[in-house]
Design a protein around this ligand. Structure first.
Ligand SMILES: Cc1cc2nc3c(=O)[nH]c(=O)nc-3n(C[C@H](O)[C@H](O)[C@H](O)COP(=O)(O)OP(=O)(O)OC[C@H]3O[C@@H](n4cnc5c(N)ncnc54)[C@H](O)[C@@H]3O)c2cc1C
Length: 442
């Protein structure tokens, strides 16, 4: 998807995904045993829907390029999170409703009756609660992203294996060989996709090594890391996309972090510019020329319309300017003539990473940079304060002489992006023309 989001495409994909998730339930209905109490049938149906949703969750993780390329990683991450919440609620509703209908079935959870069954059911319940609690409140729990990600993969596989195993062992709704085979195939595919992204992908990365070319300091404590491919063609990407980076002798590491590809798409090298916010970004300053690096990508749909008639209003806050640096550098190198107005907001000039180069890139008559400073230095002539509706309206006025379509792209702190999105909708700009890239996805 390039240019604008396509509703029909997204609805088609959503329908296919939900149909896939409903397969266990449809299979159970196809050759159903005699109907029991309504509450039991309802509880079982919810359980099968929840299980189906879990089995397709790997498709929405954002790590499969053929899915993520169309919908954007942050959109997918939100979708994945909400779908996961519904899946857990549906699966948990099943034992609750069944035990209300038949209180004697609480014995399923009693290890004295059947040790193996009770242990697997308790493990499943615990895994369901843990996956929701750790995903909804990761930061509040003080769980680092790396440990959360490792835990999330493990819990996902436990839920898939034990949930499908339980549905097969109950042997009431899925009794025919084809029904069992369907569930086994779906479970194997779900767990296989998790294994693919966590184990096979890093293993494949070993064939495409990179090395650090340079690390240079930027304003505000940020750093630009430049990487060179070793023995391969490098990475083909579009401006606005990002990749997952890791450093060290092996690509098998928990420390793999996403950064926007900030360089030109025409360069053989790639680079990213990172703010120092935690352990990984702080460690970048210790990198040296020649250090091994691994790059998984490109990902993301935060991509400008390639049609040169489209004007671009880019609104960046702080380090959120990195995808736009790639865009302007690529447009310069490829001689593209889009009309571009970049609004770049920062607390103060000394925190504005890449500002000098962006100013140079915007000297062309079709490019304009509006720098907004919250704490301007004495004598500052430009815009001040924070990005608000008034400023955005003035930017749209500046672009009013442009006859072609407009695309708005925004990246930066959440509150700024919310203001941009609402203000643009109020101005009658279609949501299909407003692109947002969120760095805080979990
Ligand atoms: C699509 C995308 C593009 C990004 N581009 C840039 C960029 O160009 N420049 C930049 O400075 N930052 C960018 N980020 C943010 C960057 O990934 C995090 O700041 C970085 O991973 C923090 O790691 P840390 O260990 O230093 O800090 P921590 O203190 O460990 O993390 C700070 C926060 O960053 C997020 N985070 C940490 N690790 C990861 C991870 N492996 N994957 C996803 N999120 C994580 C979490 O929300 C966490 O709370 C981007 C994020 C995304 C999702």
């Amino acid at each position: 998807m390039i240019g604008r989001y396509r509703l029909v495409h997204a609805l088609g994909w959503l329908t296919a995904l939900l149909l896939l998730a409903l397969l266990p339930l449809l299979a159970a209905w196809w050759q159903a045993p005699p109907v029991r109490e309504r509450l039991i049938e309802f509880g079982v149906s919810l359980g099968l829907i929840g299980l189906g949703l879990f089995l397709v969750q790997a498709l929405t993780s954002g790590r499969l390029t053929w899915v993520a390329a169309n919908y954007g990683t942050d959109n997918l991450a939100h979708f994945h999170r909400h779908l996961g919440l519904f899946a857990v609620l549906f699966v948990l509703a099943r034992p609750l409703l069944l035990m209300i209908a038949r209180p004697e079935w609480t014995s399923y959870l009693d290890p004295r009756v059947d040790w193996m069954r009770a242990t697997s059911l308790w493990t499943l319940l615990l895994a369901l609660l843990m996956i929701i609690i750790s995903s909804q409140w990761r930061s509040k729990l003080g769980l680092s992203y790396e440990h959360w990600r490792a835990l999330h993969g493990l819990l996902a596989v436990i839920i898939i294996v034990l949930g499908s195993g339980h549905a097969l062992m109950v042997d009431h709704y899925l009794t025919a060989l084809w029904q069992k085979a369907l569930l086994v195939v779906m479970a194997a595919a779900g767990a296989g996709l998790v294994a693919w992204t966590r184990l096979v992908r890093p293993w494949l990365l070993r064939r495409r090594p990179w090395q650090v070319e340079s690390v240079r300091p930027e304003r505000g404590g940020a750093r630009t890391v430049v990487l060179t491919p070793i023995g391969h063609q490098g990475l083909r990407f579009l401006p606005g996309q990002f990749a997952w980076f890791s450093f060290g002798d092996s690509p098998f590491t928990l420390q793999q972090h996403p950064f926007s590809l900030a360089g030109s798409t025409s360069s053989g090298q790639i680079c990213f510019t990172a703010d120092e916010v935690g352990d990984f970004t702080a460690s970048l300053k210790h990198l040296e020329k020649g250090d091994p690096a691994w790059v998984e990508g490109p990902f993301g749909a935060f991509i400008p319309d390639p049609d040169p008639d489209t004007a671009l209003l880019l609104v960046a806050g702080g380090i959120g300017v990195t995808p736009f640096a790639s865009l302007l550098r690529s447009f310069r190198d490829r001689g593209l003539s889009h009309r571009v107005l970049l609004v770049y907001a920062n607390p103060s000039p000394d925190q504005a990473a890449l500002a000098e180069e962006l100013e140079e890139l915007c000297t062309n008559e079709s490019r304009e940079l509006v720098h907004v400073l919250e704490h301007p230095p004495f004598g500052w002539q430009g815009a001040t304060g924070q990005i608000d509706r008034g400023l955005l309206q003035r930017c749209l006025d500046r672009l009013s002489d442009h006859n072609g379509p407009l695309q708005v792209m925004t990246c930066g702190p959440e509150p700024m992006m919310d203001i941009v999105e609402v203000a643009m909708r109020e101005q009658g700009i279609s949501w299909q023309r407003i692109y947002a890239e969120r760095f805080e996805i979990v």
